[in-house]
Design a protein around this ligand. Structure first.
Ligand code: PMP
Length: 305
């Protein structure tokens, strides 16, 4: 999806015009992929813009930074304020927000200099990630033959820039084969997740999703779906999902900040259920109400701008 420039990008505490927000070509983050980032959304609500689960995203960014031995020079509160200010000055009530911590240059080599952590935050308007048809009729997935990064290779629970070549190989392959996205397997043949979203199945009214121990990113939208389902009294199970189980699910859907909650129409050319399932629809509709501040029960997840 093309980027729509906004007036300012936050760089190390300064608001910099979009076109001037550049980084030196010798940053080790470009050469070796050593950087951590987040993807967040702000939504328009009846009382103005609100950033969804901002503090949880900041906390996951800090966790990712810890895994990669990066010390952020900003407190959580400062980062929360920076995001709020940036959304305000750029004037988009509803937008995608991309904070990233990366390395300034100093030395070259595979062991990068870790004491020069820099940060930037950008925002831009971003519509539905998998496209409008995927949103309304469900997305078409394929199981990738690229295995998901594991805890023995590149830690999956940290959102690191370099780790995403794994997701990108799977996604590009899926798109070139004519599909919307790919599901990636663990070394044991369990489904881990899609390239940038978590997977849920519904079987006999029970909600099933792979556990964090199967090498997934602990998604915040995943946490929303789990919370909603429990609050609605549905049975919820986090357990390993073998590849073929997705073929026989009654319903399946993906969750992610960019993707939101998207029904799965087919996997490897097997239709999943019959169109958008009732549980999927219920959770998706609730999600859309909650992010727009229309459900008081979850108002604590909204950070007013
Ligand atoms: N898995 C991966 C690999 C992702 O990149 C994302 C997007 N951040 C997710 C899952 C979903 O996480 P969240 O709901 O927090 O956006």
């Amino acid at each position: 999806m093309p980027l729509t420039p906004t007036p300012y990008i936050w760089m190390d505490g300064e608001l910099v015009p979009w076109d001037d927000a550049t980084v030196h070509v010798l940053t080790p983050s470009l050469h070796y992929g050593w950087g951590v980032y987040e993807g967040i959304r702000a939504y328009a609500t009846e009382t103005g813009s609100a950033v969804f689960r901002l503090r949880d995203h900041v906390s996951r960014l800090r966790d990712s930074a810890r895994v990669y031995l990066m010390e952020l020079s900003w407190t959580d509160e400062e980062l929360v304020e920076a995001v709020r200010e940036l959304v305000r000055v750029n004037g988009h009530d509803s937008c995608y927000i991309r904070p990233i911590a990366y390395l300034g240059y100093g030395e070259m080599g595979v062991a990068p200099q870790l004491d020069a952590v820099r940060m930037s935050i950008a925002v831009w308007p971003w519509g539905s990630y998998l496209g409008d048809t995927a949103e309304s009729e469900g997305c078409r997935l394929i199981v990738s033959n690229w295995q998901r990064n594991s805890n023995q290779t590149v830690p999956p629970l940290a959102k690191a820039t370099g780790a995403y070549v794994n997701s990108a190989l799977a996604k590009v392959g899926a798109q070139r084969a004519g599909y919307d996205d790919a599901l990636m397997l663990t070394a044991n043949g369990h489904i881990a997740e899609a390239s940038a979203a978590n997977l849920f199945l519904v079987r006999d009214g029970e909600l099933i999703t792979p556990p964090v121990s199967d090498g997934i990113l602990p998604g915040l939208t995943r946490d929303c779906a789990l919370t909603f389902a429990r609050d609605l009294g549905l049975k919820v199970t986090e357990r390993s999902v073998p590849r073929s189980e997705v073929y026989i699910a009654d319903e399946a859907f993906l969750t992610g900040t960019a993707a939101e909650i998207v029904p799965v129409a087919s996997v490897d050319e097997r239709r999943v259920g019959s169109g958008v399932g009732t549980v999927t629809k219920q959770l998706r509709d609730l999600f859309h109400e909650v992010v727009r501040g229309r459900d008081e029960r979850y108002a604590h997840w909204l950070e007013r701008v």
